[in-house]
Write a new protein. Structure first.
Length: 150
């Protein structure tokens, strides 16, 4: 039987979607774009907020993966640490080429991250509920990033 996702983890995970959702909304709604630009600044609308925040989240997730790697032993621990730096390095190297390419690379980064999440989960290093949380959050993130590409 799968464990229930802890309420706090679920709520904070959902809260972490706000910048992606807001970015997609401002791309679809001119009034929201204007409001966001006037009140928050141009960095906090459309693909710009998604790219900036997506880079932050991939970097954050590298830290989470290191936490999982710390629970491993031997060769798998070394591999876990190495895998743990990939999301942050991916974001650093691949999100600077313009909004469309940055969003495509972020999508690839989040898909790759989900694969690394699965590896840690399958080896018992992540909580039993981890993949249910990560799969849902990742699907929403990718959908929001696709709005900027379309």
């Amino acid at each position: 039987m799968t464990e229930k996702i802890p309420r706090t983890a679920l709520l904070l995970g959902l809260a972490g979607l706000v910048p992606f959702l807001w970015g997609a909304f401002t791309l679809l709604n001119d009034s929201a774009w204007q409001f966001g630009t006037a009140r928050l600044g141009p960095r906090f609308v459309g693909p710009y907020v998604q790219i900036f925040y997506g880079t932050v989240i991939l970097s954050f997730m590298s830290g989470v993966l290191w936490g999982f790697a710390a629970r491993a032993e031997g060769r798998f621990a070394a591999m876990g640490y190495a895998l743990g730096v990939i999301p942050a390095l991916w974001a650093f190297f691949f999100t600077g080429g313009g909004p469309i390419s940055a969003q495509v690379y972020l999508i690839a980064g989040f898909v790759g991250l989900l694969g690394i999440d699965w590896l840690f989960w399958a080896n018992g290093l992540a909580p039993a509920w981890w993949m249910r949380l990560r799969t849902g959050l990742t699907a929403i993130v990718i959908a929001c990033l696709l709005v900027g590409i379309a």
